[in-house]
Design a protein. Structure first.
Length: 456
């Protein structure tokens, strides 16, 4: 059995020294022993951690990063003007583009320390809105990218019906997203079939896009298609969205969901940056995960998630890279904490009496990400998928650090260059900070983006 030896490792009951992790032949952890010094291991690392889930990604948006930072003809830019530019961009994308972009995104996730990609996938059809001959063509390109990169994959086909709460028809930029309920069920069947060709650690769930994009009565029908798997939805991201939902549905988005939907642990609500205190505590108490994307939420001016109130109410989070403008695990966690400090003029806002800031955030997002992905991961313990990341203690940033100081220094004093190795379900995909196929994946992306450049 493959073996990994770590000078120090974060186990479920805390930090341990000289840890030997043995894997089985399908990528699960078989044994964990401590205080093992005389061993011949395939891999020797200095600091071993559970590798987290990237819980929310729109892969295709990675290729438009840096293209929307100019002022439009409006006096002020916003999420809504950015969205119009995004629609113009995606109108050019082919299945070949999607596969190359997704592979780059997944590679960058792995190099940042993530072991799993939860893909919130809504770019389904041809530019004119007509389905491809294979309705799940675009989703299968995401899966093909996962075969190339080796990343763990939870696939969330997105149901998208309308252009707003008034059930207005989709505009040109949105028509590639559309499926009626029957078409969406067919799409889900195709995605399930495609996932059957991937390793056993893949998972399936569903994602109605938002309360603006699906009929309220469709939510339960869509959820049933997940067959117990994850159920994700954008919720309370922008003020204008809150106002629209309140006008048409008679309640703010979080209040409406709590009062009209059976919210539970299978649910992950994305962003939730526009919540009042009672909504924060109510949603946290439901057992649902808050899927946060701090870099994107800052980029798009969404607002600041109430992390302090959420954690005080016992809530759990997951972290995603959303628009993939920058894929950085350390910066996502740093941005989350710093947003709380700026809002409240405080320090160590998300620390507890027993856990440092970085340790508390990382522990919570690892457990919450596993739940949001429908994946048995998040612990260095027998029976769990061997989703692992190793930090390099030999760097100047981590020199002299131990235990929780390693996590705090990684997040607040370092960056993702401290990630030395990453395993996804036992697949050793990152060594010395680089994906094993870094050059090949990057070259394919550059070729496809060069062909796309003239259409942008």
């Amino acid at each position: 059995m493959p073996k990994i030896h770590a000078e120090t490792a974060l186990l479920p009951d805390g930090w341990a020294e000289n840890v030997l992790v043995e894997l089985d032949d399908i990528g699960r952890i078989a044994k964990v022993n401590t205080n093992v010094t005389d061993v011949a291991a395939k891999s020797n690392v200095s600091c071993l951690l559970p590798a987290p889930v990237n819980a929310h990604s729109h892969a295709f948006q990675r290729a438009m990063a840096g293209l929307t930072e100019h002022r439009s003809t409006n006096t002020t830019d916003s999420f809504w003007t950015w969205r119009e530019l995004m629609y113009l961009f995606l109108d050019q994308l082919t299945p070949d583009h999607i596969e190359a972009i997704a592979a780059l995104v997944q590679m960058e996730m792995l190099e940042a320390g993530y072991a799993t990609n939860v893909e919130f996938h809504y770019l389904h059809h041809a530019p004119d809105g007509n389905p491809y001959e294979n309705r799940s063509e675009m989703a299968e390109r995401i899966m093909a990218a996962a075969e190339t990169t080796g990343i763990g994959l939870t696939m969330l086909p997105v149901h998208y019906q309308y252009g707003g709460c008034d059930m207005s028809p989709l505009v040109r930029g949105q028509c590639r997203f559309y499926n009626d309920l029957d078409g969406f069920a067919d799409l889900c069947d195709g995605v399930r079939s495609g996932l059957g060709n991937l390793p056993a650690d893949t998972a399936f769930g569903v994602a109605p896009h938002s309360l603006r994009a699906v009929a309220p009565h469709s939510l339960s029908l869509t959820r049933a298609l997940a067959d117990g798997g994850p159920f994700h939805m954008h919720l309370a991201e922008q003020r204008a969205e809150v106002e629209e939902v309140s006008y048409h549905l008679g309640a703010r988005p979080v209040d409406w969901v709590l009062n009209n939907f059976d919210v539970g642990p299978d649910c992950c609500f994305i962003h939730c940056t526009q919540m009042r205190p009672h909504e924060t505590s109510g949603l946290a108490a439901s057992g649902a995960i808050a899927g946060l994307c701090p870099i994107t939420e800052a980029s798009l001016g969404d607002g600041i998630f109430d992390g302090v109130g959420w954690f005080e109410a016992g809530g759990m989070i997951a972290i995603g890279s959303d628009s993939n403008i920058r894929i950085s695990l350390s910066q996502e966690l740093r941005s989350l904490e710093y947003s709380q400090r700026l809002r409240d003029q405080s320090r160590a806002a998300l620390a507890t009496s027993t856990a440092s800031t970085g340790r508390h955030i990382l522990d919570n997002m690892i457990a919450g990400g596993a739940q949001a992905a429908g994946r048995h991961t998040g612990k260095i313990a027998p029976g769990y998928w061997a989703d692992l990341m190793a930090l390099d203690k030999q760097t100047a940033t981590l020199a002299g650090r131990s235990k929780d100081q390693l996590i705090d220094s990684f997040i607040f004093a370092g960056d993702d260059h401290l990630v030395h190795d990453v395993w996804s379900a036992g697949r050793h995909l990152v060594t010395a900070g680089r994906h094993v196929d870094h050059d090949k994946i990057t070259s394919a992306y550059v070729r496809e983006l060069t062909s796309l450049r003239h259409d942008l």
